[in-house]
Design a protein around this ligand. Structure first.
Ligand code: 26V
Length: 793
């Protein structure tokens, strides 16, 4: 079909959905109606490729990947799907013909925010790449009623409100009432004919909702299956008839609690029973589902690993090990030791953090009460591991069930997410297990999908690349290298700069109404967007901002490089220090933005409610990417890759994937500073390292004094006393020790930015040389090293 005919058909489809799916006529349709009608029309076109991929997979009886993740941070979908179908222009024109602005309509879609940060966004990029590569795969997760909380500021403080993406119709999902599994909790275990029988005291149902995941150019389509918790008995008529109306709905409310909200805390082991139940809930449903699928085409469960690769996205689904063993042995009669072997051949485990407080441990008594049969199976796994290896590393230890050890011991491969992180995993968290299983830990450096993170979010740059090197790069991103030959070409440079400028203008437009600050588009846009955490060191960035402000005020006649400091990010609701940091950023912004002496040179903006859609506007507009974590703490980072791909230069430490990014773009195109991971460890051993660093840095000393004396909180002088005190007394993340190096490095950045030609060349070389960080490359690595799966087209 040619474009014209498609356009007519799409228009008809949109109007048909408006009428028959929404019951609206065009004259009375709201933007919401138009968006839903457009999405449904687009969705219709995904169904055939979806069926086709499923049919091919069944026909080939192919091995499937099962990606188990507590989080999928997807963002909006309609543009993504439209672009994968190759219908962007058609859809834009069709909407235009219907009197609607495509961009306005699609921006009305709520983000699917079923994740906290990096780990969840990685899962979403992986789904995109699996579909693009034609690898049969299912994502499995939870259909949270409320995604990540929404953030707004009241007097500079973060306030959280419940997010409600499902209040509107979720056009992408297909409800599957017929696909549902019982999930038990609690109770006791008895024995019958030498077999264990678990009698749960409470049972809920996991019901499937499927969304198609379409790959690039619609060549392949996988499924994201999310589970919603439902009661086994929806309504208690007896209670209702007695007049107990609330009690009648209690079973439903109780069951639904399990899939009600996404845990917003990615920093602490909150030790909540509900969280454990959530983990078991979606893992058990997924394992039951994949066994059923296997048995629909195969008989012998001992060969399960020939058809199923199960990847654990961190330890949240680590209960998959004991659950699969339970089902194989208790339910399907397999010998327990064989079941352990089969399970291990199926499982892979990805570690995403070294932070000790984020490693999951459950109090033994809680675990044994909620999952008595699994507790017993873990004891058996542990015995087998102790006997086979002679090691003394236990899963159940000091009254805790350690999910990291469980995942490690039950997986045939364990991977870190960047080269440095993987080495640190071997040396630290899993040092002892690594000695016992020396071939188990491997590295798979993270990646990002270039479809969302360049092709879709940065149209000006996309067009420039297309017209310069052709259109074949989005599914083979290393082809971007071809633009490096134009890095010094005056006309290409000019166009590259023009694209950046267009994105900056668009950002300014987008910010209107979100901030009162008037932004200078010629200023350097310096961006730090990520969860607020001490190790990510937003504080160091802020201290440097204050120091720069001081410098400008002290030397008002010097030619300063104008900067806009942009912050974005949410703090976990229970993380008091992170919330203080947000408050301080906003307070500093108020003072600096209102200083007439510096406002031409320095501005701070912190738009609230950072999410995937906001990242899609901010990243293309950035000149400078802040990747300044304490070395050894950021497992990989993926924002760092998105910025570099969009032509921002990085100021960063040797941490996570920064190390590899720097190798790819060349050290001369990367602003490096700070202690290395091993220097960090050494520095911490020195007494009073923070106090000494402050004493040695008049600049930092002055900044801390200003903060302590209430310069930024005139209404409450001592508001930030605890932050300043923490800097002097502990400063675990070494803000004080890296401050001077960071400040000096920022002045190098200033200087480089003044030389527009030089800067543009460096930016072009960043875009040209980060093709390796495509998540397609990452997924090919997993497919080869861990899953042993292949593309089916
Ligand atoms: C832990 C917990 C603990 C219980 C409450 C909920 C919750 C949610 C998440 C986590 C772990 C978060 C780990 C994480 O997001 N790590 C990030 O993973 C990215 C992808 O590999 C990586 O780029 C980031 O550097 C890393 O911080």
């Amino acid at each position: 079909m040619n474009t014209k005919i498609f356009q007519i058909k799409l228009k008809q489809d949109i109007l048909r959905h408006l009428k028959y799916s929404l019951g609206k006529d065009a004259g009375h349709a709201t933007p919401y109606d138009w968006r839903v009608a457009l999405s449904l029309a687009i969705r219709d076109m995904v169904v055939d490729p979806w069926f086709e991929s499923t049919r091919k997979t069944y026909e080939a009886n192919a091995k499937r990947v099962y990606y188990l993740s507590m989080e999928f941070l997807i963002g909006r979908l309609v543009e993504d799907v439209t672009i994968n179908l190759g219908f962007e222009d058609v859809a834009r024109q069709a909407m235009h013909d219907l009197g609607q602005d495509y961009d306005t309509i699609v921006s009305n879609e709520p983000d699917a925010a079923l994740g906290n940060g990096g780990l969840g966004r990685l899962a979403a990029c992986f789904l995109d790449s699996l579909a693009t590569l034609g690898i049969p795969a299912h994502g499995y997760g939870i259909r949270y009623e409320h995604g990540l909380f929404e953030q707004h500021f009241e007097n500079g403080r973060q306030v959280e409100t419940a997010e409600g993406w499902l209040a509107q119709r979720n056009v992408w999902e297909f409800e599957r009432p017929e696909v549902s599994y019982p999930i038990g909790f609690g109770g006791h275990v008895s024995e019958s004919d030498g077999k264990a029988v678990w009698h749960p005291s409470e049972t809920v149902r996991a019901q499937a909702y499927d969304a198609p995941v379409l790959g690039w150019q619609a060549r392949w389509c996988n499924t994201l299956r999310l589970w919603a918790a439902k009661p086994t008995r929806a309504f208690d008529l007896e209670s209702f008839n007695r007049g107990d109306f609330l009690g009648a709905t209690a079973p439903e409310a109780l069951a639904r609690t399990i899939s009600r909200v996404l845990y917003p805390d990615d920093t602490t082991d909150i030790g909540k029973e509900l969280r454990l139940k959530q983990e078991y809930f979606f893992t058990s449903a997924s394992i039951q589902d994949l066994i059923r699928r296997y048995l629909s085409s195969n008989e012998d469960l001992s060969k399960l690993s020939e058809k199923a690769a199960i990847q654990l996205n961190d330890t949240h689904p680590a209960i998959a090990g004991p659950e699969l063993i339970r089902l194989l042995s208790d339910v399907h009669g397999m010998d327990m030791m064989d079941a352990i072997d089969v399970t291990r051949q199926c499982l892979g485990y990805t570690n995403h953090t070294l932070l000790p407080e984020a490693l999951e441990r459950w109090p033994e008594h809680l675990f044994a009460r909620v999952l008595p049969r699994h507790y017993r199976i873990i004891e058996i796994i542990q015995d087998q591991h102790l006997k086979a290896t002679g090691s003394d590393i236990r899963i159940i230890d000091h009254g805790n069930v350690n999910m990291g050890e469980l995942a490690f011991i039950m997986a045939h491969q364990v991977n870190g997410v960047s080269a440095l992180h993987t080495e640190l995993v071997k040396e630290t968290v899993f040092g002892d297990l690594h000695k016992v299983y020396p071939d188990r830990i491997i590295n798979e450096t993270n990646g990002i999908t270039p479809r969302r993170w360049l092709y879709n979010c940065n149209q000006p740059l996309r067009e420039l690349i297309n017209s310069t090197i052709g259109v074949d790069w989005p599914d083979d991103l290393e082809r971007l290298e071809r633009i490096s030959q134009y890095a010094e070409d005056a006309s290409f440079q000019e166009q590259f700069m023009a694209a950046k400028r267009k994105n900056k203008d668009d950002l300014i437009t987008w910010l209107q109404g979100k901030t009162k600050v008037e932004i200078n588009p010629d200023a350097m846009f310096d961006v730090q967007i990520k969860r607020i955490h001490e190790y990510k060191r937003q504080l160091m960035n802020l201290f440097e901002t204050v120091a720069y402000w001081n410098e400008i005020k002290d030397n008002p006649n010097k030619k300063w490089t104008p900067r806009v400091k942009i912050f974005g990010g949410k703090a976990a609701p229970g993380y008091a220090m992170a919330k203080q940091i947000i408050h301080l950023i906003n307070d500093v912004a108020t003072v600096i933005n209102n200083d007439p002496a510096t406002k031409d040179y320095l501005q701070i903006v912190f738009p609230p409610n950072y999410n995937v859609s906001m990242a899609e506007v901010l990243i293309p507009a950035a000149d400078l990417s802040e990747q300044i974590s304490t070395a050894g703490k950021e497992a990989s980072g993926t924002g760092n890759m998105k910025f570099a791909l969009n032509g921002a230069l990085t100021i960063g430490t040797l941490d996570g994937a920064n190390v590899e990014i720097r190798e790819h773009v060349g050290p001369e195109n990367f602003f490096l500073f700070g202690l290395t991971a091993s220097e960090v460890v050494e520095r911490r051993k020195q007494p009073e390292y923070a106090r000494r660093a402050i004493e040695a840095s008049p600049r930092l000393y002055r900044v801390l004094n200003q903060i302590a004396s209430g310069v930024f909180s005139p209404d409450e002088q001592h508001r930030y006393g605890s932050i300043v005190q923490m800097m002097y007394e502990s400063d675990y993340f070494l803000v004080t020790c890296d401050f001077d190096a960071y400040f000096d490095c920022q002045r190098k950045v200033d200087k480089a930015y003044k030389d527009t030609k030089m800067w543009t060349k460096m930016a072009i070389l960043n875009t040209a040389n980060v093709g390796w960080f495509s998540s397609d490359r990452t997924i090919m690595g997993y497919a080869k090293d861990i899953w042993n799966t292949r593309s089916l087209y």
